[in-house]
Design a protein around this ligand. Structure first.
Ligand code: PMV
Length: 352
């Protein structure tokens, strides 16, 4: 490993990874111990929405406790630092260098905070990739399939959906009896994608910028004694199987049906849990209705999906980009504050 001197400390290694966020089409909602999912899920990897992590290891005296300095957008972020420190401590038995060196992480997002883009997916994805990359460098191994599988497993332990950010295009996570090689531990790329889905777009309509009132972890835990949980988990597994077939057959209307029903089902689960809550806003419903109306009028295969928040993800093929974006830009006003235009992406990238 390269050794440079920085401010009287020895800089052992700096590694930089860029990891994209992803938007689930079939949703993961409900988990078991160790962030193992209650059902399989399938997502599309984004391109412009990413986190870039610069991980630096410096010499320190005692190798007992994790020493972490965490900076977000150049500023110390104590809240996320504590979450990441806990995460790194849990991984230290497999990655002993985390205790042997002082760890410093600089994190930068390409997208605004609380915009309805899963920042924990891209952040934990990039952290996991960086940690795996240090170990890979120490062991003089190459970046291969095993590397991404290990990174996916490690990312999952930070944030479940992060494990799907390890690959480009469409990605599947969770054991599904109908799909070979699927696993609860890590995600796998979905191969055999029809032309119709190869240049898919995701425009995120920002309805509200406030951080969400109920965290995803609380939401997941409410599935534990949810009256509809078992049926929901079975439904999701069936939909993953169907969606996988749709992605290879190119059936856009079936895709739309699955995507929209999944979005509404996710929110229905929140609304019907014992401690019910509502994340949609009036602007969410206005946008959804306009999208459905526009589709009916124009026959353009455009649809919506939702994450655990009020902002609306609009999905459409690249071939319809101009017409859809003209329509969406006209929605900016009272309910839609801003739009982030993104599209399907290639997956993570090592920068340095
Ligand atoms: O990865 P988590 O624990 O933040 O959960 C993500 C859950 C959803 O974004 C709502 C759905 C999904 O599959 O990404």
């Amino acid at each position: 490993m390269a050794e440079n001197t920085v401010e009287n400390k020895k800089l052992i290694e700096t590694i930089v990874w860029r990891c994209p966020s992803n938007i689930a089409i079939v949703k993961y909602w409900g988990k078991k111990e160790n962030q193992l999912p209650c059902n399989s899920s399938l997502s599309m990897t984004l391109s412009k929405a990413f986190t870039e992590i610069e991980l630096t290891l410096q010499e320190k005296k005692a190798a007992d406790e994790i020493e972490l300095d965490f900076f977000f957008e150049g500023k110390k972020n104590v809240q996320f630092q504590e979450r990441v420190k806990k995460y790194l401590s849990a991984q230290a038995k497999d990655f002993s260098f985390l205790k042997e060196f002082a760890v410093s992480i600089n994190s930068h997002n390409s997208f605004p905070h609380s915009a309805g883009i899963a920042s924990s997916a891209s952040a934990f994805g990039a952290i996991a990739l960086s940690i795996c990359d240090v170990l890979r460098t120490l062991r003089k191994q190459t970046i291969n399939e095993d590397f991404f599988r290990k990174a996916s497993e490690l990312a999952r332990l930070g944030s479940g959906s992060a494990c799907r950010s390890m690959y480009g295009d469409f990605v599947l996570w969770g054991k599904n009896n109908a799909i070979a090689n699927s696993s609860d531990e890590f995600a796998i790329p979905v191969t055999d994608i029809h032309e119709n889905f190869k240049n898919f777009h995701d425009a995120i309509l920002i309805v509200e910028k406030e951080p969400k009132k109920v965290s995803s972890s609380v939401g997941h835990s409410l599935m534990n004694n949810h009256p509809f949980a078992e049926n929901r988990f079975l439904q999701a597994d069936k939909r993953v199987e169907r969606l996988k077939n749709v992605l290879s057959s190119g059936d856009l209307s079936e895709f739309i049906h699955i995507a929209e029903s999944e979005a509404l089902t996710l929110h229905a689960m929140m609304m019907t849990s014992e401690d019910y809550y509502l994340l949609m806003k009036s602007g969410t419903l206005i946008a959804i209705e306009k999208i459905i109306e526009f589709r009916k009028e124009t026959k353009i295969p455009v649809c919506f999906t939702l994450d655990a928040g009020p902002n609306v993800h609009v999905l459409y093929p690249g071939s319809e980009k101009n017409k859809v974006e003209l329509f969406l830009n006209n929605m900016i006003g009272n309910s839609v504050k801003e739009i982030i235009f993104d599209q399907i992406g290639d997956g993570p990238q090592k920068i340095r």
